[in-house]
Design a protein around this ligand. Structure first.
Ligand code: HEM
Length: 457
């Protein structure tokens, strides 16, 4: 078995292009040159299901000019994500997409190096830190929602994206709303937009150019604030991270590391939570009885703001949160690359194979979920506990070494939003409306999710 140091060295030597000799694995490469790219972009879930039915739970394919192998089902999720043999590199899989814009973020680190950084970052996600984020999050979210139009159509997606950006400027960076916060938000949005750009050259006016300029602005802005945040006693995420780095005995994070982590964390936090809340609100608009149940849960709490210790008591909200993430995991697929040859279920995966596990497939497997296409939050109740058959059957946050470090933060922010929203408003969609999902690279409503909100008496 590899040690982490060995694996680290092997990952650094992987060629840029993933392995192409995978013909010994069942599957096909689809169309010449394009492979399965069109089906992938149009309806990823059907592509994965059809391929699994035709070839089984280990299959090969070609998407976006890269050949790779999908390993499906909870056992495969455990094998890849838990990675006891230290053979699956996250950095080598994600870097081609994210390296220039989100350099050296936590997900783009591997093995011992990753472990070291993750341990320090973890400080900013501990209970006292999370509790303090709530102090600014509660009033900010309540105020933001109160400014949404009532009784007429609005795009939920646009509304929640902009609200979470504003809240993020305060919670993550400790910025009051104003010029700095707006500039940070604009730079960040440009960077995220650029992560999907096909043309990646520095030509003024292009999405890529704007994204790289956004990155340059953020680098300067964040680095400039580090001395102040290290010395201060701020309760924002940035201050927590700066202090965690400063208080570490022995080797610690450099200012450049802190800057890279902050920019990556914003990226990892933002669209994923926007996606989750869009799925939840869509499901609640279609299932008004669940809206009523959550509304009642918030009235029963008998408070005007959510505190950290309330979060575990919001049981029905927890089920809804989990069910929305089951049905629409924001990251429908999670990639890795092998740093050396390894066997899985009788198949040899050569060194440098692009391997994907697919939460969107596991989350609908009938062996694990009853009537999987139905929105049914009670499947997570202690009485039914459908999610407890396998530790790796519900994996919207991934698992193992790279399991989402922000999962509690995401749950907390989602619950704070739902509390302030559903305590005061009813949400509706046009009768008969069905939201179309863009599934990749992140689950999002294609039409922005048009809703109407009505104040409750
Ligand atoms: C519901 C919202 C979220 C979902 C569904 C989600 C999902 C994920 C997934 C699937 C991974 C693992 C990726 C992989 O293994 O390659 C991940 C990693 C990560 N997430 Fe999240 N995430 C969410 C919110 C957040 C938030 C709010 C933050 C920060 C405040 C965050 C920060 C990160 C970071 C830093 C990593 C990399 C962890 C590592 O490599 O050790 N995420 N997330």
């Amino acid at each position: 078995m590899n040690t982490m140091q060995d694996a680290q060295a092997k990952a650094a030597q992987l060629p840029w292009m993933p392995q192409r000799k995978l013909d010994h694995i069942p599957g096909d490469y689809g169309l010449p040159l394009f492979g399965h790219t069109f089906a992938f972009l149009k309806d990823f879930q059907s592509l994965v299901n059809d391929t699994a039915q035709k070839y089984g739970l280990v299959n090969r394919g070609s998407i976006m000019f890269q050949r790779g192998v999908s390993l499906l089902g909870p056992d495969a999720n455990e094998f890849v994500l838990r990675d006891q043999a230290h053979v699956f590199s996250s950095r080598a899989a994600w870097n081609p997409l994210l390296e220039k814009l989100f350099r050296n973020g936590l997900m783009l680190r591997d093995f011992s190096d990753h472990k070291f950084h993750r341990r320090i970052l973890q400080q900013a996600f501990k209970k006292p830190a999370l509790s303090s984020y709530l102090d600014s999050m509660n009033p900010h979210i309540a105020r933001g929602i109160s400014q949404w139009p009532q009784g007429r159509e609005m795009s939920f997606f646009k509304g929640i994206k902009s609200l979470l950006l504003d809240v993020g400027a305060e919670t993550f960076f400790g910025l009051e709303m104003g010029r700095d916060a707006q500039r940070v938000n604009d730079a960040f949005v440009a960077e995220v937009d650029a992560s999907l750009a096909v043309l990646r050259v520095m030509i003024p006016g292009t999405t890529w150019y704007k994204g790289m300029k956004g990155r340059q602005f953020l680098e300067k802005f964040v680095t400039g604030l580090i001395p102040e945040r290290k010395a201060g006693n701020g309760t924002d995420f940035f201050s927590e991270l700066c202090r965690a780095a400063a208080e570490e005995e022995g080797p610690t994070l450099s200012d450049e590391d802190i800057m890279n982590h902050m920019i990556f964390l914003l990226f990892a936090a933002h669209d994923t939570t926007t996606s989750t809340l869009s799925s939840i609100i869509y499901a609640l608009a279609k299932n008004p009885e669940w809206q009523e149940r959550l509304h009642q849960e918030y009235l029963d709490l008998g408070k005007d703001a959510v505190e950290y210790d309330d979060l575990n008591n919001l049981q029905q909200t927890t089920w809804v949160f989990k069910e929305a993430l089951r049905m629409h995991p924001p990251l429908p697929t999670i990639p890795r690359r092998t740093v050396e040859e390894i066997e899985w279920q009788g198949y040899t995966l050569p060194r440098n194979t692009l391997v994907s596990v697919v939460p969107l497939h596991t989350h609908y497997m009938e062996e694990y979920w009853s009537d999987p296409y139905r929105f049914d939050p009670e499947r997570f109740s202690p009485e039914r506990a459908e999610d407890k058959k396998h530790f790796y059957q519900w994996i919207p946050f991934g698992g193992g070494h790279h399991k989402c470090i922000g999962l509690n933060f995401a749950e907390l922010q989602s619950k704070v939003f739902l509390f302030h929203f559903l305590r005061n408003y009813r949400v509706e969609v046009t009768p008969g409306y069905t939201m179309e999902y863009q599934q990749v690279p992140l689950a999002m409503p294609r039409d922005g999710l048009p809703i109407r909100i009505q104040p409750l008496a």
